[in-house]
Design a protein around this ligand. Sequence first.
Ligand code: FMN
Ligand code: SF4
Length: 655
Amino acid sequence: MGINKYPHLFQPIVLGNRIFRNRIFASPTGYQNINGDGFLNEGAAAYYGRKAMGGVASVATFEGVVDGEFGKGGSGHICLDTPRIEMNLGRVSYGISQYGAVATLELQHCGMFANRDLAMFGGAGKGIAYGPVECEYGGRHIQGMTEEIIERTINKFIDAAVLAKRLGFGMVLIHAGHGWGLHQFLSPITNTRTDKWGGKDIENRCRMLIAIIDGIHKKCGKGFPVEVRISASECYEGGYGIENGIAIACQLEGHADLIHVSAGNHEVDEVFTITHPSMFQKDGCNVYLAEEIKKHVKTPVATIGALSDPELMEEIIATGKADVVELGRELMADPDFVNKIRTGNEDSVKTCMRCLSCFSSELTHGEPYCALNPESGRELEVKYAIPAPNVKKKVLIIGGGCAGMEAAITSVKRGHEVILCEKSSRLGGVLRCEENVDFKKKLEKYLNQQETIIGKMAIDVRLNTEVTPSYAKEVGADVIIAALGAKQLVPNIKGIDNKNVYGAIDAYKKTGELGESVVILGAGLVGVELGLHLRALGKKVTIVEMTDHMNDGGNFLHMSGVRVEVKKRGLEIKFETMAKEITENEVICQHDGNEVKFAADSVIYAVGMVPLTDELMKLYDCANEFYPIGDCVLPSNITNATTTAYMTGMNLGRC
Ligand SMILES: Cc1cc2nc3c(=O)[nH]c(=O)nc-3n(C[C@H](O)[C@H](O)[C@H](O)COP(=O)(O)O)c2cc1C
Ligand code: SF4
């Protein structure tokens, strides 16, 4: 018996001739903040390096496109054949390997999805795209790859791997999953060629991928490890299943050094949240695929998806379901995950709640901002933050929700004296109303964790304390951080004051009082998530929404998961429907010029939040410095609350 609590997770593994210090790898996650010349900004090396610093054995990068002309998906892609890219990439590899992790460059070709911007941004095909066969797809003409283009593509992958090795990367990861170029060749659905590169024969469909791997080994040496990411199943009706995944894995035997078993195809909306499991999926929901593949090959196998629980990861390796666990989002929520579990500090691990805010922000801002870890995507700013100030300030924080708690923790870490006032009897704020929601358990864990951290810090916590201007002045703080939050907007509808009407926050707390049929006004995230929760409790729920869509609150990828769940749980949403009157047992609405009625024992309004402006205005002159943060400035999401709180705390005492 060794001394390590997770002996299997921390057993090194050798791939090719490289030793990896443990079995936990950072899966590829994009960083798309690139300049007009196609170069990454300086934050990239810091972002990937931070994961390496936290103890993982390998850190995989963004998708490096091997062929800038024919393989690039959109403007956020980094092309490895860009002239003078070497120094830019070299800084990333060094940023990782200086911390003892293997730097792994992901190699990508978009195939038939090349030269289009993401469909979710209304992107349309612009340039040439080559797929396995000539076809019309998504309103554009796709050309079939000729022998020359296939040869060119193979050579581009090999050249990219040679470049990677030269720049200090210790492994390359070939992306042959999720619907991208090589996946298109592996799939019997998209690869209907009739020559040696495709068709019914799996050997033909894998020929290009195998030629790439063998070519890399030939040029870079047998010992240079090649990891191959595949979708073991496309996970949708009409897509290929695990049999094709097994067949691909068998072809990779003796060629690839690590088979990285992922799932899905990004072209199918419902599957996005299987590839990137949403908060509605169970932990380790895709492990079964790796387990199945592993029965058929001797090559080491990696599993990926919704892995945050160290006990589960240890069990996966110990029972031989996989040889390596790969973590995507968990390392954004907590890049120190590995070192924390290794040193017995599991309690302090921030567990990713799979809200996908990071991915949404990566696609809109180029950097993955995490709701729970405000340092994610800002590693460079953190690295060069001003030293803890000499001036110690007395800080009064008003409001103990997400923003107030984060501001308190950061301010104390920076050496300030903090008084945290919360008007209710408990820290956690408005989000505490969701603590019995099945898909919000990780949020609850986070709130409890922040509360515990605060309890252990030298913070003067004053619960049941409503801060009035005179109270604030009496405290005599140098700084007030106002994290007051927001209140629910009450719609001006006849009957809104009836006994059977609740605000969404109240409704969460009083589900026992609600009748069997419930109408929710508003299909924003609050209304829809509440609807899903009530469906799980067996209520008949109808949402009426004025517009023609659900409002995603800026997190459009979380909405993908929500949409799947709306279907699954049978949640009814009536769009372009305006509530006019609430009676004792129905909601009378207007739709398309006609009156429509919905039976309702209970009615809940979820039509938005308004900042507590009046309350805020009373406090601004109660201390020398005054910083309003979070929802009391602009009702938004957790990411916004924790980020503004963290930044405010970090910068106190600058002057
Ligand atoms: C912000 C973000 C960016 C990602 N970028 C990439 C990428 O560039 N290449 C890739 O192959 N997968 C990418 N992924 C997918 C992850 O590698 C991983 O497969 C997925 O997130 C599921 O793992 P997880 O549940 O541990 O996050 C990304 C995921 C996220 C959340
Ligand atoms: S933003 Fe959400 S999904 Fe992304 S890492 Fe943070 S908690 Fe996880």
